[in-house]
Write a protein that binds this ligand. Structure first.
Ligand SMILES: Nc1ncnc2c1ncn2[C@@H]1O[C@H](COP(=O)(O)OP(=O)(O)OP(=O)(O)O)[C@@H](O)[C@H]1O
Length: 581
């Protein structure tokens, strides 16, 4: 294991990342994300119940038993082949060192480290421990014997004096502790704390680099709490990698918790319409967009059915949601059904519901979309995909204003406003005999045509600004902008995927590029770029692209896949196969 890590260092590859995991779940996340090794330190257990790592130094229980529990229940079952390094408390008077080390090897541990360590203790108590042989001397002996037994040896060190003592037994790697990780900094203290920690680490590294055995140098703890901090550390100190506990565990949980709380607070602040677009969220000042908005505002208050026509991704669903939202039905449900996505045999049950036992597989009563939308609005998306039989059934419901569940007898009175969306011209389909004319006339009291983006290029700058703000907020990164060349490329593109495609291009640039000014280096409108079919697009994305995207999306696979224009499935498949095509 150590040889492989040393090769990684000498090859100037990515830094070594060792994760001290307190739960199986954290181990899984770390393995998934490409960590190099897992540390089993009883500190993880304390963190998982809400205490700081320091609690693992106190006499709450037997540290070695706690580590054993953590190893067996959480870390080894989730290591998936990754090397595991276990902490051993060498000063435990009850421990038989040789037996303990043989046992750890037998259960699959590949290396050991001195944790909990007396290095954290100073003053009178440390002196007393040293006198009793329970100080660093016992830890040096632990690692010496572990090395003899073929286990990799990692020394946690907090001072230069301790470091020199471990050097006598030529340990394989040092984990330099840079102090406790603060939960938060007082305003203005952050940069000073980082600089002073980097200074301390550099002093330790100077001593380490002079050792003839060329041990690995990792850093643990200290004021480094995010990737930018580590980036500064790597630039300013010649270390080989990082080992971390709370920094890996706390941050994601913290982000999830605070995002969730924030969103819940926003729910109360904005009322029940959160799901629906607000008037100001529909971006666009072009004449075409203004005209569309004027039609929406005009038809919304009247209880008429509307057909919305437009190419894919132009904002048909958004327009439908806005009609509902500014109509008198806004306090009732807005229900959507994608007619194209439902197998023909199930469409009636989906629309009208069914009674229990009405057909094989109907083991429960199901309420249909019409009933769910009663007193509200029902959006039938991709209406042109309805089969002739489904068209007849739909027409009947619209005419009779009632619905009977499949397999049921009782008609249920309906008061539903229907909005139908389509990316084909229904009038043309009627002419071609592919759509019933009587149904068409029932649905299309008003037809709203949403223009494609290439016919309203004036809207592009506003849309870009809106999507830059949205993407930065979603990724939790500082404000973004684009440079002039990218702007020109966007203006030249023909946007077959319309606004959805533009949104995706911005998100992809934000994730794949460094820095706050996006240059659109991954966007090639002339050679196809985002116009590529999903299959061609998947072929173009390399594993390196995926790694970069994942890193920028904070490991969120869905966000990374969306930004790359590939499915999560393709993303997984490429990562597993490692194909760089
Ligand atoms: N004018 C606009 N301002 C801001 N965002 C928009 C606008 N129009 C569309 N969008 C966004 O673009 C995306 C696609 O819009 P929507 O789903 O409404 O398109 P659609 O025409 O219904 O697509 P499809 O035909 O594929 O179902 C959505 O995320 C939507 O929020």
């Amino acid at each position: 294991m150590v040889k492989r890590l040393a090769r990684q260092r000498d090859g100037n590859a990515s830094p070594i990342v060792a994760v001290s995991a307190g739960t199986g779940q954290i181990s899984q996340y770390a393995v998934d994300a490409g960590a190099d090794l897992l540390l089993a330190l009883n500190a993880g257990l304390y963190r998982s119940v809400g205490c700081g790592s320091l609690a693992s130094m106190l006499a709450y229980g037997n540290a070695n038993e706690q580590t054993e529990d953590l190893l067996r229940r959480h870390i080894l079952p989730n290591a998936c082949g990754l090397p595991v390094v276990a902490g051993v408390m060498a000063s435990d008077p009850a421990i038989d060192l040789d037996r303990q080390l043989d046992h750890l090897r037998a259960i699959g541990v590949q290396g050991v480290t001195n944790w909990p360590t007396a290095g954290f203790i100073d003053g009178q108590i440390r002196l007393a421990l040293e006198e009793e042989g329970l100080g660093i001397a016992s830890e040096v002996e632990l690692l010496r014997r572990a090395g003899e037994k073929g286990l990799a040896t990692f020394a946690f060190v907090l001072s230069e004096t301790d470091l020199q003592r471990f050097a006598e037994v030529e340990v394989d790697a040092y984990i330099v502790n840079a102090g406790l990780t603060p939960v938060r900094f007082a305003l203005g203290d952050r940069r000073d704390a980082l600089q002073s920690a980097i200074g301390y680490i550099n002093e330790m590294i100077e001593v380490l680099r002079a050792l003839p055995s060329r041990p690995l140098c990792l850093v643990y703890g200290g004021p480094f709490t995010d990737v930018d901090d580590f980036s500064a550390l790597f630039q300013q100190a010649r270390i080989d990698g990082i080992a971390g506990g709370s920094v890996f565990e706390r941050l994601p949980v913290q982000a999830i918790t605070s995002n969730f709380v924030r969103r819940c607070k926003a729910l109360r602040a904005t009322g029940p319409d959160l799901e629906h677009p607000k008037r100001h969220e529909i971006v666009g000042r072009s004449d075409a967009c203004r005209e569309m908005m004027a039609t929406i505002e005009r038809v919304a208050p009247f209880d008429v059915n509307v057909v919305i026509e437009g190419e894919t991704g132009v904002g048909k669903e958004m327009a439908a949601a806005l009609i509902h939202q500014i109509s008198p039905r806004s306090k009732q449900a807005f229900i959507t059904l994608n007619c194209g996505a439902i197998p023909a045999g199930l469409l009636e049950s989906e629309l009208f519901g069914h009674e229990r036992g009405s057909f094989t597989g109907a083991d429960r009563r199901r309420i249909g979309k019409f009933e769910l939308a009663n007193r509200g609005t029902l959006l039938l998306d991709e209406i042109a995909d309805l089969s002739p039989a489904a068209q007849v059934a739909l027409l009947r419901v619209l005419q009779q204003r009632e619905v009977v569940r499949v397999g049921g007898d009782n008609p249920i009175p309906l008061n539903v406003r229907v909005i139908a969306a389509t990316n084909q011209s229904l009038a043309r389909l009627v002419q071609e005999g592919k759509f019933r004319s009587d149904l068409y006339y029932r649905l299309s009291t008003v037809t709203l045509a949403v223009p494609p983006l290439r016919e309203r290029t004036d809207d592009i700058p506003d849309l870009v600004s809106a999507f830059l703000r949205k993407t930065a907020a979603e990724l939790g990164i500082p404000a973004l902008s684009i440079d002039e060349r990218f702007e020109r490329k966007l203006a030249r593109h023909s946007w077959p995927g319309n606004i959805r495609e533009l949104m995706q291009v911005i998100a992809r640039a934000a994730i794949l590029e460094d820095g706050p000014v996006l240059r659109g280096v991954h966007f090639h409108p002339d050679s196809g770029g985002a116009e590529l079919s999903p299959i061609a697009n998947a072929r173009r994305v390399s594993v390196r692209d995926i790694e970069v995207a994942l890193e920028r999306a904070n490991g969120n696979k869905s966000v990374a896949a969306a930004a790359l224009g590939i499915s999560r499935k393709t993303l997984y498949a490429k990562l597993t196969r490692g194909d760089g095509a």
